[in-house]
Design a binder for this molecule. Structure first.
Ligand code: PLP
Length: 425
């Protein structure tokens, strides 16, 4: 599809809806997602693989809103989950258990039980310790858990330090060198059936070469395991495809599909992909209001009603999101340099320095682009500010898919112990 977010009659729109109309009606901060942009991404990825695409298990961690999951599930997507909560969300949104994979470094007994009861496609095992735990729980309930070991290929993806996961010193997965023995062990344990190999090397990856190196190692492992008589039938290649935050991106899906084809040629394998960011990041914006344009002797600060409580990526990873005023700047508008900051009492509550924007006034609206992934899911109640609401736009239709959480609701499940209510306290 064409750009989901573009100016029409001087107004930034999401599909056919002017964002300012939504902001006026619903207030800000407000996340707005384009259903058709999500669909377009899913289709582009699936089609790049031709008639037999891999099972695309959407990584819920990127954006776990039920309506977003449902949009993808309706196209046939499965779900990559990392907690009981995400398994429940996937099921609630209509993802069949047979399309759910469950990863995560610390699966509790309760979560393992839920995964087994639901009968999900595969549990991705992160350690020898976890393997034994899954085997014990499954065999005690008379079940067999289909498992893949998450191997750590020791490949550095060219991405941010905090979102690289596939190097030996990262906490994720099992050393490749230890994998064959652990597979042998898994094959001998009751309650587990080793069906696959899993890996995930990191997120926001635009240079595809590290995928190629990592996948080559995984394929070598598959061959080695098969040579030992272990019938490995599935390869779960993880997520990680990058998107456009600034000038670069998104990842080239055709080249990616070609790379996967090359890496897995000649092997009969069911393939699984776990993209999160790639499917939803560019399909979402965060709309915020200007509270002040504050000028000090040395700097100019644009202070918004959204901060790290609404979108933490800049504070957490030093990420920089492009900003678009909802009213298109006119050619004669002077662009000024300003630091864009949130209202939270933390120095790290800054979206970035030296943005070039027109002289915005209190009440003016702007949008942070590429905010559909790792945005709302990481939002918090910090400073007791109302959480952002979320809206899904689909052509000319729109709906609130999550209400704003006001302070009253934030306090609703808190209690003051009775002894603090005693007189004299
Ligand atoms: C195991 C696993 N799969 C998939 C993903 C999704 O990654 P991305 O959103 O970069 O596609 C992650 C994210 O870190 C992950 O840890």
């Amino acid at each position: 599809m064409d750009e989901a977010f573009c100016y029409r009659d001087g107004e930034l729109c999401c599909e056919e809806i002017a964002l300012s109309a939504l902001a006026r009606r619903l207030g800000t901060p407000l996340y707005v997602y384009s259903a058709n942009a999500i669909r377009a991404r899913y289709r582009a990825l699936a089609r790049a693989f031709g008639p037999h695409p891999p099972l695309v298990c959407y990584a819920l961690k990127a954006n776990h809103n039920l309506a977003v999951i449902r949009t993808l599930a309706a196209l046939g997507a499965g779900a990559d989950t990392v907690s009981a909560g995400e398994i429940l969300r996937a099921r609630r949104a209509g993802v069949p258990a047979s399309k759910i994979v469950f990863a995560g470094v610390a699966k509790t007994d309760q979560e393992i039980r839920l995964a087994l009861e639901e009968g999900i496609l595969q549990l991705n095992v992160e350690s020898a310790e976890e393997l034994e735990r899954i085997a014990a729980i499954a065999s005690s309930t008379g079940r067999t858990a289909p498992i893949a070991l998450r191997v750590n290929p020791d490949v550095a993806a060219a991405t941010h330090e905090k979102i690289a996961t596939g190097r030996r010193h990262d906490k994720f997965g099992i050393d490749l060198a230890d994998a064959p023995a652990l597979y042998e062990k898994a094959a001998s344990l009751p309650g587990v059936e080793p069906v696959g190999v899993h890996l995930h090397i990191g997120s926001q990856i635009l240079d595809l070469a590290p995928f190629e190196r990592a996948y080559a190692r995984a394929v070598e492992l598959v061959r080695g395991l098969r040579a030992r008589g272990l019938p490995i039938r599935r390869l779960d290649l993880g997520g990680g495809l990058g998107v456009r935050y600034g000038e670069e991106g998104p990842a080239d899906v055709r080249a990616f599909a070609e790379l996967v084809r090359r890496a897995t040629a000649g092997l009969e394998l069911e393939l699984v992909l776990e993209p999160g960011r790639f499917l939803v990041a560019e399909a979402g914006v965060l709309v915020a209001s200007v509270i002040y344009l504050k000028e000090t002797g040395s700097r100019r600060f644009l202070v918004l009603d959204a901060g790290m409580n609404a979108l933490v990526r800049p504070a957490m990873y030093g990420a920089r999101h492009a900003i678009a005023p909802l009213r298109a700047p006119r050619p004669e508008d002077e662009l000024l340099e300003m630091d864009v900051v949130g209202p939270i009492c933390e120095s790290s509550d800054i979206f970035g320095r030296d943005y070039r924007l027109p002289r915005l006034r209190p009440g003016d609206l702007l949008a942070f682009r590429t905010a559909g992934a790792y945005g709302m899911v990481m939002a918090s109640d910090y400073n007791s500010r109302p959480s952002p609401a979320e809206v899904l736009v689909d052509g000319a239709r729109w709906a609130v898919i999550r209400r704003r959480r006001e302070p009253e609701e934030q306090m609703a499940n808190e209690e003051i112990p009775a002894w603090l209510e005693e007189p004299g306290r």
